[in-house]
Write a protein that binds this ligand. Structure first.
Ligand code: SF4
Ligand code: SF4
Length: 636
């Protein structure tokens, strides 16, 4: 294993070297030893019933039940979508429960009243003269019903263009209740149900839409109401944010209901005093994965790293505790933590891990519970072994906190109040139609050891901004960008002239950090608003998406709802569908006729960026012609 080839991040490579010296294994070693099953890679093995497992070969072109390769591949794909949608949506449901728990004197409060009232109005909940917490509880109940209401379809946000809804209606993929869509997939993929790849993919699209425009959307909206809508702020990123003389706590996972309370607990004077008593200068919080995105967007908490770095944080020997909740947590952390003094603390009954210290986070006594967890971390400082400590020096400056509202506020800087109203996305739409910005790209998703760590994210983003494509980013891609310095305003010097000028005038970096994975709903909102501003469908905009290093089922759901929303999406890693010719045909070709967008698979991020730019230019041409025709008709 040549560690230089594993990551473009020097902190990662330095710590991989340390892992060798310390005699411990990381994901990079496990990847080296793992030989993926070629059947699994193509998606052509099935173990849905006990007549199997079945696998498709030239000699056995059907499973025992008669399922063809396409049936098996489409079912496996659908189950990935269901897994991803379930993870995001259950996150959204939990946040709705937390909103339902809010009270004036409780740990959880309403922070963004304006957003709460907006949402209440949208859902026809009375706001006039009512106590804010009564409104919050009713909004929470409404949100909770979206998961399991027996009749009707999902309540869409006003940013969804009518044209897009029509596309979904025509295909019969308008989601009903969020949980229902996940259950329907589990039902339809049972032995002896759906045996038609086209139908299976339609069901998958409907479920994915219920994630992006439903579960994830609810998670983001309600998190903003509870913990505040992000505004631009400064932070730093990479493992160099860990401090030699402080109690280092890494927050890892997803749900802000835990991390927000840990942030509060770490500010508690008694606990800061306790940290000093054990010999530290204070408490240093650092985030990992999407929890990092949540707390940095709202508090500027520093970012320790992304998905592939979670073990490396422990390897620094300077982390007193890794506190986790749900999703994307390596079970390997349990045995790794044993080799260091680090406490690996699980907090959610949904994600218990053998070998971890489990301290269940009690939302009813949230702050007290968070304090107990932080106390454990502090008391562990005295167990730190100085000789094992190595913190790489690497860290970069980053601007974070670009919620849709924050972006609109920035755009207001260039609104001529004699001509236009503030508070809209019109300046962004104008920049796109005039061609100053050629288009926009959403770069999202994970790390995957099948590809060089962070390389795909960083190179793709650089290529796009160089060509005047503004980039918005979330998830672990956002952290790769932060570590590479692409989220700083300084990165304007890497942008093409048009984009650099826009960034200068609007006072933004060329790459906007829009949050965590559920916050991809913010990207949908922004794109939807621009489409509405121009009175076109999302699929007509020069907008593209990419997940250069994706790995999770959540990413499959995301990719599917992004494409279903009309945005062409590039994947840097092939999904396990190559064994199903019909499935491949639909995903990479026919979806374009259905929803106006499709999947592309291109492992080379520079090549992919050029394909994306080409697509943007194609869409621009069609859009320009459309606008010309409209003008001609208006003048006639
Ligand atoms: S569902 Fe069909 S293909 Fe799958 S394991 Fe059972 S018999 Fe085999
Ligand atoms: S981007 Fe991928 S790895 Fe990172 S937190 Fe989200 S799902 Fe997990």
């Amino acid at each position: 294993m040549d560690e230089k080839l594993l990551s473009i991040d020097s902190a990662v490579n330095e710590l991989i070297k340390k892992a060798k010296e310390d005699g411990v294994e990381t994901i990079f070693d496990r990847k080296e030893n793992m030989k993926p099953c070629p059947m699994g890679e193509k998606g052509i093995c099935c173990r849905i019933c006990a007549m199997g497992p079945c696998r498709i070969t030239p000699k056995t072109p059907r499973g025992l039940c008669g399922a063809t390769a396409d049936v098996i591949v489409s079912r496996n794909f659908a189950r990935m979508v269901a897994g991803g949608a379930a993870a995001h949506s259950d996150h959204g449901r939990d946040i709705a429960h937390v909103l339902h728990m809010t009270s004036k004197d409780g740990n959880y409060k309403v922070t963004d009243e304006e957003k709460l009232k907006e949402l209440a109005k949208r859902w026809k909940i009375e706001t006039e003269g009512r106590d804010i917490y009564d409104i919050a509880h009713e909004v929470a109940e409404f949100a909770l019903n979206e998961f399991g209401k027996p009749f009707g379809t999902l309540e869409f946000p006003p940013s969804l263009p009518e044209q897009r809804k029509k596309v979904w209606e025509n295909l019969n993929i308008v989601p009903r209740a969020i949980d229902r869509e996940v259950v329907t997939i589990m039902h339809s993929t049972h032995v002896g149900c759906t045996a038609d790849a086209d139908s299976m993919l339609n069901i998958s699209m409907r479920t994915a839409i219920s994630d992006g425009w439903g579960g994830s959307y609810i998670a983001t909206e309600l998190s903003d109401i509870l913990f505040g809508t992000p505004i631009p702020r400064e932070t730093e990123a990479n493992l160099g944010v860990l401090e030699e003389n402080q109690v280092n706590i890494v927050l890892h996972g997803h749900e802000p209901s835990l991390s927000e309370m840990i942030v509060l607990a770490a500010e508690d004077p008694e606990l800061i005093e306790l940290a000093k008593e054990v010999g530290a200068d204070g408490i240093n919080l650092a985030g990992m994965c999407c929890t990092a995105n949540e707390v940095t967007m709202r508090h500027g908490v520093k970012i320790a790293g992304n998905f592939a770095q979670q073990e490396l944080a422990v390897l620094t020997g300077a982390v007193e505790a890794v506190i986790v909740d749900v999703q994307c947590i390596f079970p390997a952390l349990a045995s790794l933590a044993e080799c260091y003094h680090t406490k690996f603390i699980t907090t959610s009954p949904k994600a218990r891990i053998t070998g971890a210290t489990h301290i269940e986070f009690d939302e009813e006594k949230a702050l007290e519970s968070a304090k107990q967890i932080v106390r454990e971390a502090i008391l562990n400082f005295k167990n730190r072994k100085k000789e094992k400590v190595f913190i790489p020096k690497t860290k970069s400056h980053a601007m974070v906190g670009y919620s849709t509202k924050a972006i609109i506020n920035q755009l207001d800087k260039v609104v001529n109040s004699h001509i236009d109203k503030p508070g809209t996305v019109k300046p962004l739409a104008d920049c796109i139609t005039s061609g100053v910005l050629r288009g926009a790209a959403g770069i999202v998703g994970c790390n995957n050891p099948k590809v060089k760590h962070d390389y795909g994210h960083v190179e793709m983003i650089k290529e796009l901004i160089k060509n005047d494509v503004i980039v918005v980013t979330t998830g672990c891609a956002a952290q790769a960008a932060a570590k590479a310095g692409l989220l700083s305003k300084d990165a304007r010097k890497l942008a093409g002239k048009g984009l650099a000028t826009v960034c200068e005038l609007v006072d933004i970096p060329p790459v906007l950090h829009m949050g965590s994975c559920v916050d991809i709903s913010r990207i949908l909102e922004l794109v939807g608003l621009v489409a509405k501003q121009l009175n076109v469908d999302i699929s007509e905009l020069p907008v593209v998406g990419a997940a250069p290093e994706w790995m999770s089922e959540k990413a499959v759901s995301i990719g599917t709802y992004v494409v279903s929303s009309g945005i062409d999406t590039w994947l840097g890693v092939a999904p396990p569908v190559t064994g199903g010719p019909r499935v491949l045909e639909i995903l990479t070709s026919e979806m374009e006729n259905m929803v106006g967008a499709k999947f592309f698979v291109e492992p080379d991020p520079i090549k992919a960026a050029h394909q994306m730019i080409e697509k943007i230019e194609q869409k621009r041409k069609v859009l320009e012609e459309k606008f010309e025709n409209i003008k001609a008709v208006a003048q006639a």
